[in-house]
Design a protein around this ligand. Sequence first.
Ligand code: F6P
Ligand code: MN
Length: 309
Amino acid sequence: MSVVNFMAEEISLHEHLGTLKRKELAVLIYSFSQLAIDIRRELPHKLRGGAHQKNKYGEIRKELDEWTNKFLIEQLGNTKLVNKVYSEELSEPVVLNSNAPFFISLDPLDGSSNIETNNPFGTIMGIYENDLPIIGTKIVAAAYILYGPITTLVYRAGGGTHEFVKHRKGNEDYYLINENMKLPEPGRVFGIGGNPLDWDGKFLKFAKDLFRKHKLKVRYCGAFVGDFSQILHQGGFFSYPASLSLPGGKLRLFFEAQPMSYLIEGAGGAASNGRERILEIDSTCVDDTTPLYMGNKKIVKELEDVLEE
Ligand code: F6P
Ligand code: MN
C-alpha cells in the first residue's frame, strides 16, 4: 500500500503566519497556538477540579479556570512580546514587559461551565498595539481556540478570518482547513443565551421570526466559542441579549465581544450591541459587558431595526 503524504500539501499555521508583514505578530499568534496544545494536554487531569472563589463578575472559578489563566499569563510573558495582559479572571491587568509591543485581552477559559459535562469550551485572545480600554476598530488581531472533539484555531490579523486544525499526534503544528471564511447565505442556525421570559417584547418577536421567517434551527452549546463556531460555519445568528435582569448583557466587551466581532466581520458577518457596531463602542471600562447580537449582516441589521421601532 502506498502512503500518501497529505501533510506535505497542506499549509501549516506556521507557514500561513509567515505571510504576515508584522513578524512579531506572527510569533505571538503562533506562541498562543502552542500554549493551547499544552492546555489541551492538561484538560483530562484538571477537568473535575472543584469550585474556588468567584471572579469579578460573580461567576464561580473552577480549578481549570485558575490554572489556565496563570499558565497563559506566565507563558505569554516568556514571549517578551506582551506588554500588559488583561484577563477576564483578574481584577487588575498584569504588566509583563513594559517595552513590549502588544497589549492582550484574554478569556482564558470561555464557557467553563461546560467543563463538568465535557461540552466544548475555548480560549479567546484580542491583540492590540495600545493600552486598553480601546475602541474595537483599533484591534490588531484576534484568535480563539476551540477545545471540541478536535482542537481548532481561528485567527484574523488584518485580512480574512482563517481556521486551522491541530490534528496530528507528534506534530506540533496546526493545518489550514478554511481560508478567508465567509458566513453562508442564508444562515442555517441560531443560538440565544438567557431566558425568553426575561427578554423584552421586541427581541422576543424578533427571535420568533428567526424560526418563522428565516427558518433557522436552534443550536446552543453554552460556550461562546462553540456557539460562535456554529455561526461561522453555518451562518445565522448568535446573541446573549440585553434582558430585564441584565440590561447590559452578560458577555464581556473586551474579553469576548470585541475579538469575536473582529473575527466575524472578517468573515463578512456583523456584530452589534443593538444600536451600534461592537467595534465602534468607545468604552472607558475594561470590565464592561455588552448585549451582543452577531451573525449574517442582513439578520443583524433586521435586529437593529426591530429594536429601534
Ligand atoms: O463566558 C461566559 C459564558 O460562559 C459564554 O461562554 C457563554 O456564551 C455564556 O456565558 C453562557 O451563559 P449561560 O450559561 O447563561 O447560557
Ligand atoms: Mn467567556
